[in-house]
Design a protein. Structure first.
Length: 524
């Protein structure tokens, strides 16, 4: 009765027999056990097909705390309504509860840590609400949980490492929240995990190396976050086995290193090197000749001694921020050691038997003297002319890609170089601050339609999959992203939502998969 009164029962779509003398089992949405006690309560909205809107059942207002007195309840489904307010902590006392679905409402406040006491719970969906605060680490107490869907809320702070203890978990949907920090390595221990949705958060750092143990994983979505993918062969092989993922849209943890190595190859005549196996190919950089990398694919050592390198070293070499050993001696190199090298914490720098010189600036010389193993040419560079300084600026700052680089690196007077001012005697006055974008309209913008003043802003299309919002309302303008596939099983007696693009059962990989998962007993 408290639920009926609290949630506007007279205006429900169907309230047949509620508040009458009929047996509880005949009240709409109520199921009872053999003793007549309430065991099931399903007053959810209904979806009319995958691309049609949910139709609310009409529940509005707060969930009453009295619902926690239904101690025989094993299924509670109130999703797709207009429920508001907090989730009652009293729900944590429903010891028999196996299914709790409060998704697609307007619930607010934190997730009650008391829910972690529901040790028989196998399905928990709180997605598509306005929940705030951290994910309670107490949820690790849900030892039989197979589906945890918390997407499309305002949850914040790091993902608790304790979730890695949910040994039965098959589906973890945390997309479109405000979660931050690195991914917990402990998630790599979720042996049965088949779907992992983390997109649309503020997560950072690499995918932990332990994730390669998730050989049951079929779905992995990380988009619109700052998570990077380790550039190693082990991760590449693992991702090939993940059926659906957006790792290609995520940055590689060693993207900067790869770009620096490519610049080195181009600048020093890589096509004519004595040994260049793997370079600029599809293999991880650790397989490139002379390169040693760490567990993220970041370069730690570069040994290209006596390998027919020619010309000059590019400034991008200083972007190899984890490199501690650089051996380039015995090559036909000339010019200056890049000043950018001084940003590195080198333990070994060998460039003897080359034409390289070291910048004479005191700071660079002090950096050289601090390298434990330094074998150079003993030659300091002459001071740079103004023209040479501009040439170095052009090369280091991506001159070929500037909007306007008219006359740069030509024989024209420096005063005719775009953006350069010189005084009466010739040296440049203002250089970098005067670099300009191309004059005239942006050709990429001239075809954009004009939006009248005061017009309604154009809708932005959310990117990425829709975590467990399988039958979200259809947006006429296509703004709603495609639904995520549900992987975990519903508890006995519940109906699993239809999968988008349903074309029959999806083929499963056979290597290492537990084909008898349905027989796994619940943990005590």
């Amino acid at each position: 009765m408290a639920l009926y009164e609290s949630t506007d029962g007279p205006n429900w779509v169907n309230n047949e027999n509620w508040l009458t003398d009929a047996p509880l089992g005949e009240w709409y949405g109520v199921g009872t056990d053999r003793n007549g006690r309430v065991s099931r309560l399903d007053l959810s909205g209904r979806g009319d097909g995958i691309r049609r809107p949910w139709v609310s059942h009409g529940l509005s207002g707060p969930i009453p705390s009295e619902i926690g007195s239904l101690t025989n309840l094993w299924e509670l489904r109130l999703y797709a309504n207009n429920l508001t307010g907090p989730i009652p902590a009293e729900l944590g006392g429903l010891a028999d509860l196996a299914t709790l679905d409060l998704g697609i409402n307007e619930l607010s406040g934190p997730i009650p840590p008391e829910l972690g006491r529901l040790t028989n719970l196998t399905y928990l969906r709180l997605s598509d609400n306005n929940l705030t605060g951290p994910i309670p680490p107490e949820l690790a107490g849900l030892v039989n949980l197979r589906t945890l869907a918390l997407a499309r809320n305002e949850l914040s702070r790091p993902i608790p490492a304790e979730l890695g203890g949910l040994a039965q978990l098959e589906y973890l949907g945390l997309g479109r929240n405000q979660l931050s920090g690195p991914l917990p390595p402990e998630l790599g221990g979720l042996a049965f995990l088949a779907s992992l949705y983390l997109w649309g958060n503020e997560l950072t750092g690499p995918i932990p190396r332990g994730f390669v143990q998730l050989d049951q994983l079929d779905d992995l979505y990380l988009g619109r976050s700052r998570v990077c993918v380790p550039g190693t062969s082990a991760f590449a092989e693992w991702l090939e086995g993940v059926e659906n993922h957006d790792a290609g849209a995520a940055s590689s943890c060693n993207a900067t290193d790869v770009a620096a190595l490519e610049s080195l190859y181009e600048a020093t005549g890589g096509a004519g090197w004595t040994q260049s196996g793997g370079w600029l190919g599809e293999d991880a950089v650790a397989a490139w000749y002379g390169v040693t990398a760490d567990s993220l694919g970041r370069v730690t050592e570069l040994d290209l001694a006596r390998n027919a390198l020619t010309d000059r070293l590019p400034a991008q070499l200083g972007e190899l921020s984890r490199m501690t050993i650089l051996r380039i001696g015995g090559n036909v190199l000339a010019g200056r050691l890049p000043r950018s090298l001084a940003r590195l914490s080198l333990r070994e720098l060998h460039y003897a038997d080359t034409g390289l010189c070291a910048p004479a600036e005191a700071a660079f010389q002090a950096w050289l003297s601090g390298i434990p193993s330094h074998e150079g040419t003993g030659v300091q560079c002459e001071p740079l002319s103004d023209r040479k300084s501009l040439e170095i600026l052009y090369e280091a700052a991506g001159g070929p890609t500037w909007g306007n680089s008219k006359n740069w690196l030509t024989d024209a007077p420096m005063g005719d170089w775009y953006g350069v001012e010189v005084d009466g005697e010739g040296p440049p006055g203002a250089v970098g601050a005067s670099l300009k974008q191309p004059q005239g309209p942006d050709p990429a913008r001239t075809r954009r339609p004009h939006r009248p003043c005061g017009a309604e802003p154009r809708r932005k299309r959310p990117l990425g999959p829709d975590p467990l919002g399988i039958q979200r309302p259809h947006q006429p303008d296509g703004a709603e992203p495609r639904g995520e596939r549900f992987v975990g099983r519903d508890p006995p007696g519940t109906r699993r939502p239809r999968r988008p693009d349903d074309a029959g059962p999806r083929a499963k990989r056979s290597h290492g998969r537990d084909t008898a998962r349905t027989r796994r007993p619940l943990q005590a």
